[in-house]
Ligand binder design. Structure first.
Ligand code: R5P
Length: 262
């Protein structure tokens, strides 16, 4: 790995723990208006001190995040479909020079293994990995899961392994039973998405189980910004990721923050 690429990756996966708390707010790229992200700048502002990076589109970055912010940016560079269409037909939406101009610490796209867009999205991943290698920018592959796919260790393991083989530097997937198997077969760091909003304790437990199974962190969105106490949630998840906090201790952090804010 070259110096620039390694340095950028170290801005996201913190060298002291080898783990990361990524805050994902890119949902609008295919969902459009998303509850909690009506005003993304306002949503993320109190969360930034507790996030190791921010995953978002260039539109939201340019319009809503002050350039004075020093949060590392994981720039989503795929899209072109919406919830009204066949999602797996994503293409690349950002030119390399714009990603560099926006000072992206990593670039990211979704791949749809087993979906109609499998070939196209995996070939896009390959193109992006070439860009990443050329300019020293790490690539995060996101394993999107079609409605008719089962989120089990066999499927997610297959998708993650393919991303690693193509050259992704880290991969985001979903937690599942037998997650240790996914980790064992994926020779790059794996972070988990939070998925749809669930109870706060349940989301903390999800992060805890993933870390215990060997995940390198979380790239969490809705379970943080749709919580009744987003700061409490990100602080709780952070304690699990970077301090190996127990579920009870982490939940207590959330609870106390919520109480303090009334
Ligand atoms: C989906 O592909 C988006 O990239 C989101 O960033 C991702 O799903 C993580 O957000 P959440 O924790 O809300 O699932």
């Amino acid at each position: 790995m070259d110096w620039g690429l390694e340095n950028r990756l170290n801005r996201i996966l913190k060298p002291d723990t080898g783990r990361t708390v990524m805050l994902a707010v890119d949902h609008g790229y295919f969902l459009g208006p998303t509850s909690g992200l009506e005003d993304p700048g306002r949503t993320v502002e109190p969360l930034l001190p507790y996030a190791d990076s921010l995953m978002l589109t260039r539109g939201v970055l340019r319009q809503c995040i002050p350039a004075s912010s020093d949060i590392p940016v994981v720039l989503r560079v795929s899209g072109g479909t919406s919830i009204l269409s066949e999602l797996s037909g994503e293409g690349l939406t950002v030119a390399t020079d714009d990603a560099i101009r926006l000072n992206a610490s990593a670039i990211t796209l979704s791949v749809f293994v087993g979906g109609e867009g499998e070939r196209e999205t995996l070939l896009n991943l390959a193109k992006l990995c070439d860009v990443g290698q050329k300019y020293g920018i790490p690539v995060l592959a996101v394993t999107a899961v079609g409605k008719d796919m089962v989120r089990d260790a066999r499927y997610l393991g297959l998708a993650c392994r393919i991303c690693a083989e193509i050259g992704a530097h880290f991969v985001k997937t979903y937690y599942c039973d037998g997650f240790e198997e996914v980790i064992a077969n994926t020779p790059i760091p794996v972070v988990i998405a939070g998925g749809k909003k669930i109870g706060e304790r349940e989301a903390i437990e999800l992060a805890h189980n993933a870390i215990k199974a060997g995940a390198s962190g979380v790239d969490m969105g809705r379970n943080i910004f749709q919580s009744d106490c987003p700061v409490g949630m990100i602080r709780a998840v952070r304690s699990v990721v970077h301090e190996n906090a127990t579920v009870n201790d982490a939940f207590e952090i959330y609870r106390q923050e919520k109480d303090a804010r009334g």
